[in-house]
Write a protein that binds this ligand. Structure first.
Ligand SMILES: [Fe+2]
Ligand SMILES: [Fe+2]
Length: 350
């Protein structure tokens, strides 16, 4: 297999060649003159300092070509949250920080688990494009939340609709495999929740307008996580009490980010704030009980938990859909029973 390397300086190309040459055929270019060769490329590694304006401009110039490569690993300098978000906005499917070690990089490129979860069925081009557009939109939204600039409400809603169209056309299984194969972390999660919520809405026979409400709510639901440090958000081990408390601030943080945005609807704000509430009052942040939790939020919450369970992470095997559904069934009193039963077909078959 071949890997194409694009880097902002010669030294990075040399280091990457040394790391990868034993296993892959390497081609390379410098970023400022990069064109990305035509033809079938499976993977590309982009190594660039994303705090440099010229590098961002150069990557934008080749973004269409870049998007045709299924696996796009970005190596960024430092661990700044903005650079990570920037990398995803520029089309990364995976992001690693320099200095990267060889083992990490080879694992990302091989990532056999990701290939295993997507072994069947073959994914469609349409879902890959909808996922890339969705990921870029979520990245832009996170970046706006971090910078305190305006969130593109209409653009995010449109990206959600595109996902809805893709799921309606290609089915949920296709969506799950595409997203789990090509996206990671919070972006993967938000894309999965959106696809699952849409499919749940379709299976319930909801109107087009309601399915759009769901896709929008799902796209926005975890926007508050933009402000949670990645060391906590992506921690591969169990969270301590302090870290858990920090994560649990994200519904209110997200609500605060969005509440002044022109064009945001009250039901989306409600979904952002309340997607971790449970019918028995044991959820957060407001400890709502059944009567205070809307239908839209109930559908979103089931989709959210299921998505979190079936997420693909590099450090552990992916949970089966059956096991994830069994866990939902075991959450007595927290989720609406008839809805959960209706979810069975989405969880297991569609
Ligand atoms: Fe959440
Ligand atoms: Fe979530």
């Amino acid at each position: 297999m071949s890997v194409h390397v694009v880097a902002d300086v010669h030294a990075k190309v040399a280091v990457l060649r040394t790391m990868l040459e034993q296993r892959y055929v390497i081609t390379s270019e410098l970023l400022n003159t990069a064109s990305i060769p035509r033809g079938k490329l499976e993977s590309i590694v982009v190594a660039a300092d994303l705090t440099v304006v010229e590098n961002i401009a150069a990557l934008k110039a080749i973004s269409a070509r870049l998007a045709r490569v299924p696996k796009r690993v970005f190596l960024i300098d430092g661990t700044g949250r903005l650079s990570v978000v920037q990398a995803y906005a520029l089309g990364a499917t995976h992001v690693l920080s320099n200095p990267v070690n060889q083992k990490q990089l080879l694992a990302r490129l091989a990532d056999t688990e990701a290939q295993a979860v997507s072994a069947v069925p073959p994914e469609s081009g349409g879902s890959q494009e909808a996922a890339s557009a969705g990921s870029a939109s979520i990245a832009a939204m996170f970046s706006a939340a971090l910078n305190g600039t305006a969130v593109d409400i209409a653009g995010t809603r449109d990206a959600g609709s595109r996902i809805a169209d893709s799921v309606a056309e290609n089915g949920l299984s296709d969506w799950l495999s595409t997203v789990r194969r090509h996206h990671e972390g919070t972006f993967q999660h938000c894309l999965l929740v959106t696809g699952i919520a849409v499919d749940f809405g379709l299976s319930l026979g909801l109107s087009k307008a309601d399915v759009e409400r769901l896709s929008s709510a799902a796209m926005f639901h975890d926007i508050g996580k933009a402000k949670i440090p990645l060391t906590v958000l992506d921690k591969p081990a169990r969270l301590d009490d302090r870290e858990r408390a920090l994560i649990e601030t994200h519904p209110v943080v997200g609500y605060d980010v969005l509440k002044e945005s022109p064009g945001i609807s009250p039901e989306i704000l409600d979904a952002v704030r309340h997607h971790h509430e449970y019918l028995d009052g044991s959820g957060y942040p407001d400890g709502l009980c059944a009567a205070g939790i809307s239908d839209l939020v109930r559908v979103l919450t089931i989709s959210d938990i299921f998505a979190a369970l079936v997420e693909h992470r590099t450090y552990k095997p992916t949970m089966s859909r059956q096991k994830a559904y069994d866990i939902l069934l075991g959450m007595h009193g927290k989720l609406e029973k008839p809805l959960l039963h209706a979810f069975r077909d989405v969880a297991l078959n569609r």
